[in-house]
Design a protein. Sequence first.
Length: 211
Amino acid sequence: MIKIAVADDHPLVINGLNDMLEAIPDLTICATYLNGKALLEGLKENQPDVLLLDIQMPGMSGDEIAAILKKEYPHIKTLTLTNFDNTLYVNNMLKNGVLGYLLKNTDQSTLIEAIHCVAKGEIYLDTKMKEKMEEFKKQTFRSTSSKQALTPREKEILKLVAKGLSNSEIAANLFLSLRTIENYRLNLYLKLEVKNTAGLIKKAIELGFYQ
């Protein structure tokens, strides 16, 4: 029997989960909580095998709770159940020790499959979310590779471009010739695969050079 706890601030969601799971012979909901504080208090006495955790709750967010659980209750397998269809949220929750991520509009069979999967200590993402996460990882890798490919001087110039300085202003700021700055800018266009200043600024933001 897999013991399940639910942490969600919407009673209708909790009731719906009860209805979905009550007829499944090897699953039982042992506790429900409307906020993070109540959850952490409840876990002192009653610890489930699997926790269904919402992200947006009053007082304490799901990622804050997940980080605490990872440290204090690593044996509890957490499955995020949320309305946030965003790879940044998925990545953040996985980093905080969550094993699965589902949207609240998921069907019963997928939910049951996910619970069984995380109960065994395995990662669960549905096919669509897996595809989105693969693309997210590729984009992150490309950004990291681009950042590493820049020289210290190119990084310095990119920061100044992002602040809105012109070539002549950058040249004066760095005590370099205008032609030198123009050459650096051309190199930045090639390395970052952009065609204009707007593209450079966008890349600077993506790479964390915009302050």
